[in-house]
Write a protein that binds this ligand. Structure first.
Ligand code: ADE
Length: 274
């Protein structure tokens, strides 16, 4: 996969040289280039922003440097992209609190692309006409990490590139670890423990020392249910409860949920949770 990141703070992206993503780049699994938006300006001051039409606080990023930068990275589309079964155009991700939510499902979808381009906005954002123009060359996806506001797109890009990059074949040593993790099956991950089995008077749950793999798998599943019900009950609305075993159904009943037409429904008498 090829990734291009355009930013006025290229140094902000330095952590992408480290750890798993840095190694993936070294191993040739990920071809990632960071571009300085100011390299695409033509004035002496390398200006990237100006005052907003209509008035108001802050500055807006000028359109022309963005068009120059994005046209330059679009022209560097990998040859393999034309034959791959992807969307045809490179995907332009614009991190913004006003974007669609970036989820694990989105990370999987984007990991199947040949080329991703990230446009890091700063100040009050990028002139909206850039998005319209970019639609001719890219599939444009404004994306948000969550319902809070960052100063710019760079931190969001660090998060998204890590989430996407670790799904590329060969990046994570043991692909099994991608299966049993939070959000892979619409639930939060179960708790984990390591040696010593007794630590500061706290014991590892006995079932994990039992060697009974069936029991362990069931305990872990039920811990996922418990955690998700406690911390993220919103996720349970989308959970497919159609094929649960009797024991799994009972686990949900104990947590205050009934299974109705294959979906979980919180019992009205189950008490306050949120
Ligand atoms: N830029 C500013 N805030 C953001 C957020 N919440 N997600 C993604 N990009 C952002």
């Amino acid at each position: 996969m090829r990734i291009d990141v355009v930013s006025i703070f290229p140094d902000y992206l330095a952590p992408l040289q480290l750890s798993l993503i840095g190694k993936a780049r070294q191993d040739g699994l990920l071809d990632l280039t960071v571009h300085d938006l100011r390299d695409f300006t033509t004035d002496r001051h390398r200006t990237v922003d100006d005052t907003p039409y209509g008035g108001g606080a802050g500055m807006v990023m000028k359109p022309e440097p963005w068009a120059q930068a994005l046209a330059s990275v679009a022209a560097a589309r990998p040859a393999s992209a034309d034959t791959a079964g992807t969307s045809g155009k490179p995907v332009l991700i614009v991190p913004s609190p006003a974007g669609e939510r970036f989820t694990q499902a989105a990370a999987h979808e984007l990991a199947a692309e040949e080329q991703l381009v990230f446009a890091c906005g700063r100040y009050e954002g990028i002139d909206e006409r850039v998005m319209e123009w970019a639609g001719e060359h890219f599939t444009v996806r404004p994306m948000s990490l969550g319902d809070y506001v960052l100063n710019g797109g760079e931190v969001a890009v660090l998060a998204m590139v890590e989430a996407i990059g670790r799904l590329l074949p060969g990046v994570v040593g043991n692909p099994e670890s991608l299966v049993e993790e939070s959000h892979s099956d619409g639930l939060l991950e179960y708790p984990v423990y390591t040696k010593p089995s007794s630590w500061r008077d706290r014991e590892v749950p006995a079932v994990l020392l039992s060697g009974n793999h069936g029991k362990i798998a069931q305990w872990r599943r039920h811990e996922q249910y418990r955690r998700t019900a406690e911390r993220r009950p919103d996720l349970l609305a989308a959970f497919d409860a159609g094929a649960l075993t009797r024991a799994d159904r009972t686990a949900f009943t104990d947590l205050g949920y009934d299974v109705v037409a294959g979906r979980l429904r919180r019992r009205p008498d189950a008490g306050d949770r949120e």
